[in-house]
Design a protein around this ligand. Sequence first.
Ligand code: CA
Length: 228
Amino acid sequence: MAVKQKILLVEDDDALAEVLAEQLALHDEFDLTRVDSAADALARAGDGFDLILLDVGLPDQDGRETCKIMRKNNIATPIIMLTGAASEADTVLGLDTGANDYVTKPFRFGILLARMRAQLRSHEQAETAELEIGTYIFRPALKILEPQDGAAKIRLTEKETNILKFLHRASGSPVARDTLLHEVWGYNAQVSTHTLETHIYRLRRKIEADPSDATLLLTLEGGYALAQ
Ligand code: CA
């Protein structure tokens, strides 16, 4: 039998938690652990779960704050927020909580299941992805670039990794500074394009043979692009 996906359910509503546990039990692929507070969620978040379902309305903390803290603690597990109202839903992804997705209560179980499977699938793909950038193999999940000639691996910061991921997705088309800034730092981040330029400068020093004459991470009219 396939390995079960470990799910952490953070929900203080006993009735809802019971229904979800029953429904998930019908699908052999899940192994559910439930906690009912932010404190317990934070204590357990690092225990190797494949997915976290996180209620916004927790007794001891706003779940959006809990989500932020998990990301600060380097928990990379996909997180789906369970929100109580459309107004909460609006702020889940917008406020840079680090959540991957949300469903608004009351939701149909099928909707949640589809979102869970989508997150599990894309996370799995991201973990094993190997992309080619110039003469490097780029492993986003490990935040490294491996020169194909066997030279030392280059370690990247989180932001550098995300910049390369986004530029790679654009397949050589230039990405505007504002777009890149928003994609990497979030829409509400108080950062200027100067911050982005600083990161690009440092990144070039890591990956370009001659950082002052970039051949890989190009400045084009309209923004930045990866050479094809
Ligand atoms: Ca609740």
